[in-house]
Structures are given as structure tokens and as C-alpha cells.
Design a protein around this ligand. Sequence first.
Ligand code: MN
Length: 210
Amino acid sequence: MRPLRNHRMALTDYKGKRNFKITPEPQGSGNHRRAPQLSFVVQKHRASHLHYDFRLEWNGALLSWAIPKGPSLDPSIKRLAMAVEDHPLDYGGFEGIIPEGQYGGGTVMVWDRGTWQSENPDVDTCLKKGELKFVLHGSKLKGSWVLVRTKGAQKSARSAWLLMKHKDRYASLQDITSSKARSVLSRRSMAGIAAAYGGDVAKAAESDSE
Ligand code: MN
């Protein structure tokens, strides 16, 4: 029996059988990096009101939605997700305190983080159409989801979308925002983050039980 061959060997065979001056077939990139992984992050943010900032890496920035109630694993529940301004990529690692009086002043937790994949590679068209289906590979959020823009909202900057879980093996009636309330970065609670960074611990503690 022939031994199992790895992908590099297989590609060498592929290339050896073809004259790329003649055939229009792809030559292969020559390196074997996987497709770039796009990150996502969900930040629990106790500003004037508690919400969860849901962010998907796209085109070198983080597309962002503010979800007042946070994501739900129950496919029968639609969660309002207000589109907000894109954020820089490195914002996805931010956990701490935004000073009172500043925009969004309050406590920020990295509630979940991971990678995401769009079902349709043409993400820009999906966003324009107002329906983006994707898979999350996070610590808490996994499986298939969809963001759908509500009718009437059209293309305004702060359009209203709905975030929904699709039925799959990660769908659940578990109340994930309360059963897995702690930071995936630090394991801290909101009060713990406020205490660590000199924020308003009492205000942050309220959001630990909301
Ligand atoms: Mn926010």
C-alpha cells in the first residue's frame, strides 16, 4: 500500500501533471496557509444602560451592533441589535473602564470571543441586502446564526436588526447571558472588572444580576 500523502505532496503531484502556460486551471498559491480567520467579540457594556456589543471582523474593522438583551441560544427568540459605528480591530481586546462623562462611560467586559465565518462569502452584498447568515466559533456562542435588518430601517447608520440563533446542536433554552456571565478574558464579573480598573463597582454589580 502507498503511504498516506500530505497536502504539499498532493499539490506537487497536481503541479507536476500540468503546464500552467497552457491550462487555465489554478496553480495554487504556493503556500499552505488556511483562509484568514475573521474574529468576533461580544462585549458586555454597562453604560447608561446594559447592552452587549456584538462585533464581527470585516474589511479590517469590527462591524458592530448593540444588543440590549444580549444573544439568546433559543431559536424562537429574536434579539434587537442596533447597528452602531464600526470599531477598530484592536477594540476586540478591550476590557476595563470607560471614564464617566465619556462616550459610553462605564464597565466593559469581553464576554465572548472567537472566530466567525459567513455562510455566503459575499458579505458586503449580504449586509446591503440586510441578511447575514454566519457560524460562530466562540467559547460561549457557537453554531449557526443570522442577523436580519428590520423592514423600514433600510440603510440608515443606526438601523435595527434582529439576531437569531438557527436550529442546530448548539441551540438551547439555557439563558447563556446569566449562566455564563463572566469574562472569557479574565474570568471576572462586571463588579470585578470595575474594582480592578477603578470604576463604579456598585453600578457594575447591578449588571451582574441583570
Ligand atoms: Mn457599547
